[in-house]
Design a protein around this ligand. Structure first.
Ligand SMILES: Nc1ncnc2c1ncn2[C@@H]1O[C@H](COP(=O)(O)OP(=O)(O)OP(=O)(O)O)[C@@H](O)[C@H]1O
Length: 686
């Protein structure tokens, strides 16, 4: 059943030393072996069931540490389950000698392993092994989403003036050379469903669509609507986008002839909320607890919830969110299914969208809608667009989904959009073509592979970054000069407000693929600080110096600061000789915190791509590692590249080597989960 060169207890220690598993993975396996009443077989080589159990538990824990929701047994490499680097050793230390099918049967016989619904520490279902908790989250999320998708909504299509209202909102789109107005269809989808998932890349009009949707819903009845996003930054952006979208709509409606319809729409427009909060704040954080104030037994008081940046919502959080919805509550998820998956377990949005994916290389588009015949009729009735070609015999939750595919931000031949698209498709020749076309908004800095020589690409990147960060640092120096000129008087009008300086800082960001190493966040932050010091833009004396950007690394509920929040050390305008950390909150207000009171934090001239999700910058520099290790390669995926590229609105710089960029574009993130199978009844993971 197992071939081992050493006792499994020793091998677990060895794998931990080799960093193939974490100490937690090893202890998890040993703890479960204890529950299973298996004495740790450390004395002798035990090639039987006990060792197999320990191995499988270590593999499961390793999967959970890597943000998978479960261990897919069929994906275990029987010849080398722990992925030891066999080329460096004569032989791998461990091999499973039974088939996957036999392995599944065997695992099912352990005492600690139960079937779905059983109260056992581990659950085995459909060839997937779960920790009981994750199995619970996954089944609950699937059930709640499916129920919500079927929940009837109170709308009378035959009587309603909705088609007229829809037409007056979507007139402008008739100029587009598209067969379907997907924004209009998405709006109709969300009008007639309690669950709507509207996905699409940057600038495809998700916020525009949802604003029009809210407007239409508010013409039907008054509703309590809440807008949320996973992070403070994303919530602030949602707020800004909704405000801008309302403003654009107001302009459009004002230009239309004054009819009863426009009057109804204008009135409803004023009722659309603008303030967005974080998911944590919505659910009500209880300090030092994983529980929230709102849950199944104390549901949220709202009629409709809009969640932006839904790709960042992990499986446990999605469970908590769905549980807290009131029975009549409607849910709209907005997000980009191609972005990096959540930092914690699962890839919920991607799993929800899987059923729309077209696997045939000849498919005209990578995605296609999947409607029931009834839904197709309703959409046609509302929008006047015949979507019958998308009717599917097994629509599952397809009636709730709509994908926007046309970017209004990256038009036509704009380099950023073309590059994002080519990366998304993993098309190397298209990637090369984009880089070779010398687009004004794309710049490449080449890594100098010779370790002895100064990395020229890095020097170019640093010089360019000194320039880019120079703007906000210059504004800080202007303020300092103004203070000196007034001889330290207390209340003086500074030339640049804190908000202006923070806005300038947010124009540019360096994003790194990795945390560690010379080309990771740590190394680039050190190099950047040094370069800015040399350019006399910062003094960097002491820990907290004027202009130091910081990123928070843990949650502090009392201060209202959360992991990922970014602030700047600036002079306190009311007491200029005092330095304070300044943060812009989700509602646009400014939070000032004494540096000594800050929770754990680090410098943030450079940050990881993961932490940049939900943010956008005018210009972005992306830094790839020079010689990725085996474990670093696992993180270099096309989702990482895509997310980094699409954070840039106007200019994207990349420091790297073409071969690493291209190889990363060939690696797709895959998160083991049974959610797609539960929602769509098809197995995507096998
Ligand atoms: N149908 C349309 N015709 C023309 N311009 C549009 C249309 N829809 C959206 N836009 C414009 O595209 C830009 C992006 O729109 P919007 O903010 O709604 O997209 P988004 O998908 O929410 O973007 P993000 O990914 O940044 O959140 C806005 O300037 C908007 O005015």
């Amino acid at each position: 059943m197992l071939m081992l060169t050493h006792p499994i207890g020793e091998l677990l220690k060895q794998w931990q030393t080799q960093r193939l598993i974490t100490p937690l993975d090893r202890h998890f396996a040993l703890e479960l072996a204890h529950i299973e009443s298996i004495a740790t077989p450390s004395e002798q080589v035990d090639n039987g069931s006990s060792s197999l159990f320990l191995l499988v538990c270590a593999l499961l824990s390793q999967q959970l540490s890597n943000q998978h929701s479960c261990l897919v047994i069929e994906q275990i490499n029987l010849a080398n389950p722990m992925a030891e680097e066999s080329h460096r050793q004569q032989q791998v230390n461990c091999q499973i000698t039974i088939s996957h099918h036999q392995l599944i049967e065997h695992i099912g016989q352990f005492d600690a392993v139960g079937a779905a619904g059983e109260n056992k520490p581990l659950i085995l279902e459909h060839g997937r092994l779960y920790l009981n908790k994750y199995h619970f989250f996954e089944t609950q999320v699937a059930n709640k989403l499916s129920q919500l998708a079927k929940q009837p909504v109170n709308i009378d299509l035959s009587q309603s003036q909705l088609p007229q209202l829809l037409n007056s909102l979507f007139k402008a789109n008739t100029t587009e050379q598209q067969a379907f107005d997907w924004q209009k269809i998405a709006t109709a989808t969300a009008l007639i469903n309690a669950l709507a998932v509207i996905t699409g890349g940057p600038g495809t009009g998700k916020t525009t669509t949802v604003t029009k949707l809210l407007l239409l819903l508010l013409t039907q009845s008054s509703l309590t609507i809440r807008l949320v996003a996973p992070t403070g930054k994303a919530a602030a952006r949602l707020s800004e986008s909704i405000k801008a979208s309302k403003q654009r709509l107001l302009g459009e409606l004002t230009q239309q002839p004054k009819t009863r319809i426009t009057a109804v729409l204008m009135n409803a427009l004023t009722q659309i909320p603008e303030e967005a909060s974080t998911l944590h704040r919505l659910l009500g954080v209880i300090p030092n607890s994983h529980q929230f104030r709102h849950h199944q037994h104390n549901p949220l008081r709202l009629d409709l919830l809009v969640v932006d940046e839904a790709s960042m919502v992990d499986l446990p959080m999605m469970y908590k969110l769905l549980s807290a919805l009131p029975p009549h509550g409607r849910l709209i998820l907005l997000g980009d299914q191609d972005q990096l998956a959540s930092v914690e377990a699962g890839a919920v949005l991607a799993d929800i969208c899987v059923g729309l994916k077209q696997t045939s290389p000849h498919a005209p588009s990578p995605w296609s809608m999947r409607y029931s015949a009834t839904q197709s009729e309703k959409i046609t009735l509302l929008t006047g667009q015949d979507v019958s070609q998308f009717v599917h015999p097994q629509p599952q939750i397809g009636d709730s989904l709509c994908m926007l595919m046309h970017s209004h931000r990256f038009k036509g031949d704009a380099g950023i959009g073309l590059l994002a698209n080519a990366v998304n498709r993993g098309n190397i020749s298209a990637i090369r073509q984009v880089w070779q076309s010398n687009h004004a908004e794309l710049n490449w800095f080449e890594h100098t592979p010779n370790a002895q020589a100064e990395n020229l690409g890095k020097q170019q990147l640093l010089a360019m970054s000194v320039n880019a960060y120079g703007q906000y640092l210059q504004q800080i120096q202007d303020n300092q000069q103004a203070i000196i000129n007034t001889n330290g008087a207390d209340a003086i009008a500074l030339p640049h407000s804190e908000q202006t300086i923070i806005d300038s800082f947010n124009q540019y960001r360096i994003l790194c693929a990795m945390r560690a190493g010379e080309f990771g966040v740590e190394g680039i932050n050190i190099a950047m600080t040094e370069s800015l010091k040399q350019a006399k833009l910062i003094s960097a004396q002491g820990e907290f110096y004027l202009g130091r950007p910081i990123i928070i690394q843990s949650n502090d509920y009392n201060l209202g600061l959360f992991n990922g929040d970014i602030g700047l050390i600036l002079q306190d305008s009311s007491k200029p000789d005092r330095l304070m950390a300044h943060f812009v909150m989700a509602d646009g207000s400014l939070l000032k915190v004494l540096p000594a009171r800050l929770p754990s934090h680090e410098t943030c001239f450079a940050m990881t791509v993961h932490k940049s999700q939900g943010s956008e910058f005018d210009q972005v520099s992306f830094v790839l590692p020079i010689r990725p290790s085996l474990s670093q390669w696992q993180l270099l995926t096309k989702e990482l590249l895509y997310t980094a590229i699409t954070r840039a609105k106007n200019h994207f710089y990349c420091l790297g080597s073409a071969s690493i960029f291209e190889k990363a574009s060939q690696q797709a993130t895959s998160r083991a989960s049974g959610l797609a199978w539960r929602l769509w009844g098809e197995d995507d993971s096998k």
